[in-house]
Design a protein around this ligand. Structure first.
Ligand code: PGA
Length: 252
């Protein structure tokens, strides 16, 4: 059985005070939640203070990006081991906004994911097609190329420390969720690709999250699909009540 992951990507929102207040509000709402890996990803500057606020709780901490070198003359970058130092257990890599606005490529995603895993982090590796790509029938080809590039040179052991997030770009922040069937179709494709690349055991173990306008009212349907193992949530993760409702999808 794969433990579901519900991860909140706070993007460029929330000051330290707002992020810690949100965690303090979320804690009692999810204190009784078992069998779900709960993750929040604040901005870099809030990480260590959020780590203090969540200490002893069942909420885990992610960064939204990292660099692949451990240290050196790389102004502005943050190394995976510094994320561990700040209290992170997870890191999001290759989010479509980074691919779209910051020149992230499959090659840089691959370097970052390898470095993150080597530092002991769980790497949440994002893939997803644009609307144009979907409408021209290229979804599977795009996902295959992104995934192969992102996990190039991985061993099965490294892959065991990765989580894949399928986030159709056209569904992010648009209010347009992929239908359960559309998401399931791509998730099943990703799992079959992992089977081809790493074998059946890896394919059965890897968690594949859906992301793109996940809300309290669509999470249950998405989670009922056999290959959807959780969600990467943007907008609806910014408020404690809606994020808790998503995390507690089993009891709602
Ligand atoms: P959204 O964002 O839930 O606001 O669509 C998802 C994401 O970008 O991870």
């Amino acid at each position: 059985m794969r433990t579901p992951v519900i991860a909140g990507n706070w993007k460029l929102f929330k000051t330290i005070a707002e992020a810690t207040a949100m965690v303090n509000e979320l804690k009692p709402l999810v204190a009784g939640t078992v069998g779900v890996e709960i993750v929040v990803a604040p901005v870099f500057t809030a990480l260590s203070r959020v780590a203090e606020a969540m200490a002893g709780s069942n909420i885990r901490l992610a960064a939204q990006d990292c660099y692949w070198e451990e240290e050196g003359a790389f102004t502005g970058e943050v190394a995976p081991k510094l994320l561990v130092d700040a209290g992170c257990s997870h890191v999001i890599i290759g989010h479509s906004e980074r691919r779209q606005y910051f020149g992230e490529t499959d090659e840089t995603v691959n370097k970052k994911a390898k470095a993150a895993i080597a530092a002991g982090l769980s790497a949440i590796v994002c893939v997803g097609e644009t609307l144009d790509e979907r409408e021209s029938g290229k979804t599977f080809a795009v996902i295959e190329a992104q995934l192969k590039g992102s996990v190039a040179d991985f061993s099965a052991n490294m892959l065991a420390q990765a989580i894949i997030a399928y986030e159709p770009v056209w569904a992010i922040g648009t209010g347009k969720t992929a239908s359960e069937a559309q998401a399931q179709e791509v998730h099943a494709f990703i799992r079959s690709l992992v089977a081809k690349l790493f074998g059946q055991a890896s394919a059965e173990a890897i968690r594949i999250l859906y992301g793109g306008s996940v809300k309290p009212d669509n999470i249950k349907g998405l989670m009922s699909q056999p290959d959807i193992d959780g969600a990467l949530v943007g907008g609806a993760s910014l408020k404690a009540d809606s994020f808790a409702a998503i995390i507690n999808f089993q009891s709602n």
